[in-house]
Ligand binder design. Structure first.
Ligand code: LLP
Length: 421
């Protein structure tokens, strides 16, 4: 469920009409709904209660400071994967004690930054990283709290580019070697073992892979405790999928996921951490674009938008489907016409959809991509020197620009021409 609905024939974000935002900020733009973000966060906290838990929002899915602040104000933790994301979480008011640091290649500078600013836990993915972290912590006279991320060799049954829990993936340590690596961790003076971490992939639409992975984590936790490690927390990762089409997809709900967590690891007395990104932010955002031209090709019609693959890369990168809706509601009986929906970038990969049935569209018409709040703005680039599109946050009948569109001067001034040229 989200808060983007037609009202009097016009698509609204909560109580704000989309054309009003377009008139104020120009197109294309991302728009997010505060109510949807809050609702999705609460679904997770309700699903995990009464287990002690912390929902750590995966900042990579949407890292705008205002979005992070909405969640931080509700008590959310954050899952960060870079020094930059760590600084964003802090800037949004999240205390270090609610930030977990994930990622397969943390640098020593990033470790220092988090140790100095405060951190709940590092999710460590290799022995070399563990050794480096211990050294960095010792040099700061600190102790780094850690989970080892284990790779359970489970097939997440999702797109190959976002599956992370198979042994051939770069992530985590093989679960079979976990006891050995935890023994090493316990010997290192700069390390405090406190948790186990697992994350098997993203956009999972079936609970069964989670179940397999979490049962393996439960067994491992018992074994590690028998080895003398004080495992107080389990970080179960993110990955719960969302419906990208309104019609036929029904991925499991957070409540089902919570019940699964209770069934598989609920008896261990651990505090549960989860790292959802997409389920919180995905359906809380739209990308709104205007039609530049409707072009008749030899055998099809092209809808040429002012948004392109650099603004929303998921269709060209993963073949992902995003529902596309007109901002002005079509009359009920309107027949769909198939369009190839494309952007202005000079490659054929800049295609959002092929033969997508839409009500007849004319130049100037606004359209919206649904489910664009996660992995949308954060993956945007300035390819073709197209400015990053602005982001707007709506709450009730208010809206505010939460990231402005850069000017061409700002973009050009980031380059410099060497004096010897
Ligand atoms: N935790 C870790 C360690 C992760 O690597 C990820 C996502 C998450 C949590 C959050 O997963 P979520 O709940 O959002 O599924 N760009 C791709 C998705 C990449 C996901 C990477 N890791 C896409 O647009 O589909």
């Amino acid at each position: 469920m989200d808060h983007f609905l037609y009202r009097d024939g016009i698509l609204h974000a909560e109580d704000v009409a989309i054309p009003d935002i377009a008139a104020a900020v120009g197109t294309p733009f991302y728009v997010y709904s505060t109510a949807t973000l809050e609702r999705h966060y609460r679904l997770f906290t309700e699903a995990l209660s009464p287990l002690p838990h912390l929902v750590c929002f995966a900042v990579k899915s949407n890292s705008n400071l205002a979005v992070l602040k909405v969640l931080a104000d509700l008590g959310a933790g954050m899952d960060v994967v870079s020094g930059g994301e760590y600084l964003r979480a802090k800037a949004a008011g999240v205390p270090g004690g609610r930030i977990v640091f994930s990622g397969v290649g943390k640098t020593r500078e990033e470790m220092r930054l988090a140790l100095q600013g405060g951190i709940r836990q590092f999710n460590v993915e290799s022995e070399p990283e563990l050794l480096a972290l211990s050294e960095v912590a010792l040099a700061l006279d600190a102790v780094a709290p850690i989970a080892m991320r284990v790779n359970p060799d489970v097939d997440a049954k999702t797109h190959e580019k976002i599956a992370t829990g198979r042994k051939e993936n770069k992530f985590g340590i093989p679960i079979a070697r976990a006891r050995e690596v935890y023994a090493l961790a316990a010997r290192l003076p700069g390390i405090e073992v406190c948790a186990v971490d697992v994350h098997i992939g993203s956009q999972l639409t079936d609970l069964e892979p989670f179940e397999q992975a979490y049962l393996k984590v439960a067994d491992l936790t018992r074994a590690l405790r028998a080895d003398g490690h004080a495992i107080r927390r389990l970080d179960l990762g993110g990955g719960l999928g969302i419906p990208y089409t309104r019609s036929n997809e029904a991925p499991p709900l957070p409540a089902d996921y919570g019940a699964l967590i209770k069934r598989t690891v609920g008896d261990l007395g651990c505090e549960i951490e989860i790292e959802p990104g997409r389920l919180i932010s995905g359906n809380a955002g739209l990308l709104v674009a205007a039609t530049i031209y409707v072009k008749q090709g030899e055998d099809r019609d092209f809808l040429i938008l002012d948004a392109a693959m650099n603004d929303l890369v998921r269709p060209s990168m993963y073949g992902a489907h995003h529902d596309i809706v007109p901002v002005i509601e079509p009359a009920a009986a309107t027949e769909g016409h198939p369009y190839d929906v494309v952007g202005p970038v000079c490659e054929t990969g800049d295609t959002f959809a092929r033969a997508r049935p839409l009500p007849p569209v004319a130049a100037g018409d606004l359209i919206a991509f649904r489910s664009a709040g996660a992995y949308g703005a954060v993956m945007a680039s300035e390819y073709n020197t197209r400015p990053l599109v602005p982001e707007v946050l709506v709450k009730g009948d208010h809206f505010a620009v939460i990231r402005a569109r850069p000017t061409f001067d700002e973009i050009l001034n980031r380059d410099s021409i060497p004096v010897w040229l």
